[in-house]
Design a protein around this ligand. Sequence first.
Ligand code: FE
Length: 199
Amino acid sequence: MPFELPPLPYAKDALAPCISANTLDFHHGKHHQTYVTNLNNLTRDTPLASKSLEDVIKEAAADPGKSGLFNNAAQDWNHTFFWHCMKPGGGGKPTGNVASAIDKAFGSYEKFAEEFKNACVTQFGSGWGWLAAENGALKVLSTSNADLPLVHGQRALLTCDVWEHAYYLDYQNRRADFVQAFLDHLVNWDFVADNLRKP
Ligand code: FE
């Protein structure tokens, strides 16, 4: 069974005006699709084709000769995760267990938001901003290109795609405005809560 592009968990225009239908059309339909197509081309007729996406990522990460495979597999995982990190009418302060965990780790939601935005904005070139858990502690970090917490002993809880393709049609060079809109109007804290509950 080849790897497949998962459908978006909402309509293409559901995140507008923060993320336009045009951006999602390209980002999901072209960029994400290309990673999936490349992943299938790189794993076809190999034992990797029947492995889970996570196992392919870990195996590729351990082999410097498989950087192309790593990049496409990791970008498939990152984008699927990113789509679920957002929902129409999301964002703002979390509640419940997520709020408690964020207060414990960062002091307040405002301090977390400042640190997350800073990580996203200062990531040089293409990459991802993350809220992740490592040894039970929450931390904000950023990764370059396709890199992801999974291969660093960390568990992803939330991510924001800060590749230019994620925001350029709607915000041009204003990455900070995109990240602010993500935090204020898009974050799906229910998804973050689910990730936090996982062992
Ligand atoms: Fe992207």
